[in-house]
Design a protein around this ligand. Structure first.
Ligand code: APR
Length: 236
């Protein structure tokens, strides 16, 4: 069986991590242009740093939920599997999703990288810096290792998605917890499911992908995904 899973913030909602555009979502109360763009960081690095530090703390105190665990189970039981997540949290990894079967297309919130040179650092298990740290190599400001609005996706991660899709259509494509706002998420979903395989959307709300789905599951991911995954594993 060949599987592609695409996830968004909705999959981490039941772990207590706010979504972006849902009820009480980050972008409902905060302005992304003030927090998630290179210009915002240039204008007020401490404001941006504080926001990402607060998010990292919330993620450290959160636990993977049954949706993350079900996807990890499917990854382990499926020969050909790739998860493309828009989430910068580490809940998929903490649920046991092997790194080689996952692409964090918007980066990883626990990686900081230099805003000028190529230096980067994983500080998931280190004490937080109150103030914006400087790069040990070139002294420029360090920034969160995530993809901000207006920035390019990582060429390396893009290549990994494209080479998986070049491997042929999937028997099952699951898209869960995303508004599918970004064009590449829609493109990858449709290109992976064009061979007549299943396209399963898990989301309490309608999205631009709903009309292409072969199965619409209007339930929370932590409720629906264990059942869907059990069904797929049994049907192998
Ligand atoms: N289970 C499944 N889906 C859920 C749940 C849940 N428990 N709770 C909310 N949702 C759905 C919402 O209905 C919504 O469609 O999750 C979706 C969350 O959408 P967004 O907040 O737009 O998050 P996402 O799609 O991941 O955003 C994409 O945009 O802001 C940028 O870089 C950021 O990666 C992010 C990208």
């Amino acid at each position: 069986m060949r599987v592609l899973v695409l996830t968004g913030a909705g999959v981490s909602a039941e772990s207590g991590i706010p979504t972006f555009r849902g009820k009480n979502g980050y972008w409902r109360n905060l302005d992304p242009t003030k927090l998630a763009t290179p210009e915002a960081f240039a204008r007020d690095p401490q404001l941006v740093w504080d926001w990402y530090r607060e998010r990292r703390e919330r993620i450290r105190n959160a636990q993977p939920n049954a949706a993350h665990e079900a996807i990890a189970r499917l990854a382990k039981q499926t020969e050909e599997f790739l998860l493309v997540t828009q989430n910068v949290d580490d809940l998929h990894a903490r649920a046991g999703l092997p790194g080689e079967k996952m692409v964090q297309i918007h980066g990883d919130i626990f990686i900081t990288r230099c805003s000028r040179c190529t230096f980067e650092h994983d500080h998931e298990h280190e004490p937080e810096h109150e103030s914006v740290p400087n790069c040990p190599q070139c002294d420029a400001l360090m920034r969160p290792g995530v993809v901000w609005f207006g920035e390019q996706l990582s060429r390396r991660e893009l290549q990994r998605v494209e080479s998986y899709l070049d491997g042929g259509a999937c028997d099952a494509v699951i898209v869960a917890g995303t508004t599918a706002t970004l064009g590449y998420i829609v493109d990858w979903t449709l290109s992976a499911s064009h061979g007549g395989g299943e396209l399963i959307e898990v989301n309490p709300e309608e999205t631009p992908l709903s009309r292409f789905a072969t199965r619409l599951v209007r339930e929370p991911a932590a409720i629906a995904l264990p059942r869907i995954v059990d069904g797929l594993i049994r049907s192998r």
